[in-house]
Design a protein around this ligand. Structure first.
Ligand code: ARG
Length: 462
């Protein structure tokens, strides 16, 4: 029996080569539970429109239940000949209910409005899963901040020592970025809560079906599509999802790069837990930050998924075109990659050992307190332009003598500028420099404690 949905006007079946090219069932099978949920809702609106009797609806729903069980336990699967998940499940229903009843469900819907709806449902579920995994990671980052409230480290710009900061401050900067990503997912989800079901192939349906009822049953809070052409042809919701997942990848890669650096002999800022690092097949001493490297690598893949998808969408005329079948694999992959990566990444961050002595020792190195000298001078009434010059002179003398700023003698200070009285020494220590930056967002312990409270409160929202 021909399983194709369009047999009527064709004398010949598809060639084997076409079948192979056309098939998407091997990747869109994951939409099966959503397809069945859509079919239930569709059956109900067919009945409400008088196109199924109450008895037929009951049998139809029972058939869909059976089909759902058979899909879940693997008794029923799609084949290449089915082409896609929608056709396969239609065959499954026909096999269970017979052609007379089974053949009624197709009225008033098209695979075009089906796939646009199911894809939204799938991605909305995974936006929530990924949001939860981001919250777990932020739980690990806030945990690190909470466990190390007073550890100083060298803050860097251009990867050069800039000013000392609290390790907790630095870690919470990453948490802020991830919390915006989680917010992006929530806002995307809200925008995507519109159901294209009822748009048909592109023009809507003549059968008096109620798309709003379908939307409500399928959990689309914003109702059904306001334009059936847009409903079937738009994929900006996919591109936006791909962007947010790519952004997550990029944000992870920035943490990853630092973990990789921190874990080197030269930095020695952190030690990775054995359970979250790997060894070398030839060098017995090696302990490698593979999770961080895979995160860095996968971010490239996530960006590729976004750019590939945008290239597929570019210049596509309205409405549905088969090109759109290429929209699913990239974002399915983005979901899969993040859902595999994030738990490992969270484990790595949660089990990181922080070498507080090493960080603290390097915090003032590289003349990172020069700004504090300049700002101290400003507080004595010296114009900043002069203060900057004087502090720069201090650095120059230190560099010539191979010493640190706090090793300059009172005489050397006085020689550089009469404004540099011995009282300047008060700011030449890291805790003082940190504590002084107590404005909102700053690196003082009290300011960082407020940041920790804010990120923690944000976690509760997710
Ligand atoms: N499998 C297709 C897709 O993923 C949906 C089927 C629409 N096919 C069609 N010939 N109108 O986009």
């Amino acid at each position: 029996d021909d399983v194709r949905l369009w047999g009527g006007r064709f004398a010949d079946g598809p060639s084997e080569a076409l079948e192979k090219l056309s098939a998407s069932v091997h990747f869109d099978w994951r939409l099966a539970p959503y397809d069945i949920a859509g079919s239930r809702a569709h059956a109900r609106v067919l009945q409400a429109a008088g196109l199924l009797t109450a008895d037929e609806l009951e049998k139809m729903l029972a058939g869909l239940d059976r089909l759902e069980r058979d899909v879940a336990d693997g008794t029923f699967t799609g084949t290449v000949a089915d082409e896609d998940v929608h056709t396969a499940l239609e065959r499954g229903l026909l096999e269970r209910l017979g052609p007379d009843l089974g053949g009624k469900l197709r009225a008033g819907r098209s695979r075009n409005d089906q796939v646009a709806t199911l894809f939204r449902m799938y991605l909305r579920d995974h936006a929530r899963i990924i949001g939860g995994l981001l919250a777990d990671l932020n739980g690990a980052l806030t945990g690190l901040a909470r466990a190390h409230p007073d550890v100083a480290m060298p803050g860097r710009t251009h990867l050069q020592h800039a000013q000392p900061v609290l390790f907790a401050h630095h870690v919470l900067a990453h948490a802020q970025a991830l919390s915006r990503d989680a917010e992006r997912l929530r806002q995307w989800d809200e925008r995507t809560a519109v159901s294209p079901y009822g748009s048909g192939a592109l023009a809507g349906s003549s059968l008096g079906l109620d798309p709003e009822a379908v939307a409500a049953e399928l959990g689309f809070e914003r109702g059904s599509a306001g334009n059936s052409i847009d409903g079937t042809a738009s994929r900006d919701f996919v591109a936006e999802f791909a962007f947010v997942t790519a952004m997550i990848g990029v944000d992870l890669s920035r943490i990853a790069e630092e973990v990789i650096l921190w874990n080197t002999k030269e930095f020695s800022f952190v030690t990775l837990h054995d359970a979250f690092s790997t060894g070398s097949s030839i060098m017995p001493q090696k302990k490698n930050p593979d999770i961080a490297e895979l995160a860095r690598g996968k971010s490239g893949r996530l960006i590729g998924n976004l750019t590939g998808l945008l290239a597929t969408l570019k210049a596509l005329p309205l409405a549905y075109n088969r090109d759109l079948q290429e929209d699913k694999e990239p974002v399915f992959d983005s979901c899969d990659q993040l859902e595999i990566l994030l738990p490992a990444f969270t484990g790595m961050m949660a089990t990181l050992t922080v070498n507080r002595e090493r960080m603290a020792e390097l915090a003032p190195a590289g003349f990172s307190l020069a700004t504090d000298i300049a700002e101290w001078l400003v507080k004595q009434g010296v114009p900043f332009r002069v203060a900057h010059e004087v502090a720069g002179e201090c650095v120059k003398v230190c560099e010539q003598q191979g010493i640190e700023l706090n090793e300059l003698t009172d005489e050397q200070f006085a020689k550089i500028s009469p404004h540099l009285t011995p009282a300047v020494r008060a700011v030449l220590d890291v805790p003082g420099a940190l504590a002084a930056r107590d404005g909102r967002g700053g690196t003082a312990p009290a300011a960082v404690a407020r940041q920790l409270a804010e990120v923690t409160a944000d976690l509760a929202v997710q």
